[in-house]
Ligand binder design. Structure first.
Ligand code: ADP
Ligand code: MG
Length: 357
């Protein structure tokens, strides 16, 4: 639902020329040259596709651009077939049905990253949330609010000590029947990293990938300047919180506004607090992570959303070499971490989170 709107907006902020919308002055100064370059430069290729329930756009520059983009599209489709929980024949569906499996190398890498994130975030990122997602009706879009007792029971299936995994063989098994893996919080970040690798191995040194809320930049723009990525304002479609200038980085946003339903006047979104089974109510409306590592950025965008501003800031202070972040709170305050202040601009006032208190 709004996920797709957000995606078009990100594509808009990255790619559109001459779109009319309620723009801030920042938005007007965003990259609008990309389309022009794409159209006029024969050494470039761009593709739109829909995969992983997401509108995606890939653009590559250079002599191998066409080949790189073709390879990337087939890489995305392969990963979608492997990881989709909605596809009965996917590796993840088979694991969820049978409770044991020898994972492919892609699924192994994602699971290893998920386990690491679970440990590092004190369980705020949990790759076993699928039974809870099902109870809320997110996979089928037949939404409902589960009973407290049902959630309590299902939470036992998200206990990571009941997942056995052998790094050396990729063998995974569940101790309890009904346990199910869900890579929805990390798979697109992994995919954007794979597409970057795909571009680079094809000799592409300049490109931009937008997988819905997930952006990955390869190098700089063909004119040598940095890519400019708009951070969506959760409160106002077509409006942005600010602009990040990046090179060779992933910029990944998680927000409750991306996928949600309403019942009896209440809104329920898709980022679940693993300690309660309820949509996370941490005081944050959106979290954007900027990192060299797309997989990490995606996992952290979900985990830091669950943690809330204070814990997320402390987490950043312990890991500031790995990522930076932009936070937007329920009470409409904007925060950015110190490491990106030189490359962030906004019409709004913001607070900087420093390494030292
Ligand atoms: P999006 O899918 O919109 O990019 P996220 O990266 O924030 O958003 O991931 C949200 C998805 O991650 C949910 O749809 C669900 O599949 C899964 N998920 C929900 N809560 C958690 C959690 N606490 N830890 C890990 N994955 C989660
Ligand atoms: Mg995520």
């Amino acid at each position: 639902m709004r996920n797709s709107i957000l995606i078009s907006l990100l594509c808009f902020t990255l790619l559109c020329t001459g779109c009319t919308t309620e723009s801030t002055s920042i938005e007007n100064s965003l990259d609008s040259s990309i389309n022009t370059i794409t159209n006029n430069n024969e050494n470039s290729a761009t593709r739109d596709l829909f995969a992983m329930d997401t509108y995606m756009n890939l653009t590559a520059y250079g002599s191998n651009a066409e080949q790189a983009v073709d390879k990337a599209v087939s890489c995305i489709n392969d990963l979608d077939k492997l990881l989709s929980t909605g596809l009965k024949t996917s590796e993840i569906s088979q694991l969820n049905d049978s409770g044991n499996m020898i994972l492919s190398s892609d699924a192994s890498i994602i699971l290893e990253n998920s386990i690491k994130l679970y440990d590092n975030t004190n369980g705020a990122f949990n790759p076993l949330m699928y039974p809870i997602m099902e109870a809320w009706g997110f996979p089928t879009k037949e939404y409902k609010v589960p009973e407290e007792d049902e959630l309590k029971q299902l939470l036992t299936l998200t206990d990571m000590s009941n997942l056995k995994y052998k790094n050396s063989t990729g063998e995974v098994s569940f101790n309890l029947s009904g346990m199910k893996v869900d890579f929805g919080g990390i798979a697109k970040g992994y995919t954007s990293s794979k597409v970057r690798d795909c571009f680079i191995s094809s000799g592409v040194t300049s490109g931009i990938i937008s997988l819905g809320g997930n952006v990955q930049a390869i190098g700089k723009k063909p004119d040598g300047s940095m890519w400019r990525v708009g951070v969506q304002n959760p409160d106002s479609e077509g409006n942005i919180l600010g602009v990040l200038k990046i090179q060779d980085k992933a910029v990944i946003t998680s927000g409750g506004y991306e996928r949600y339903f309403e019942q009896d006047g209440k809104t329920y979104h898709h980022i679940i607090d693993p300690s309660t089974g309820m949509p996370a109510d941490s005081g944050l409306t959106s979290v954007t992570i900027i990192s060299d590592n797309g997989t990490l950025a995606d996992g952290l965008s979900t985990a830091l959303f669950v943690m809330g501003l204070e814990k997320a800031s402390d987490y950043w202070r312990d890991h500031y070499e790995e990522f930076d972040a932009v936070f937007f709170t329920d009470d409409k305050k904007l925060y950015i971490t110190e490491g990106i202040q030189e490359n962030f601009s906004s019409d709004y006032t913001w607070n900087t989170i420093d390494k030292e208190y």
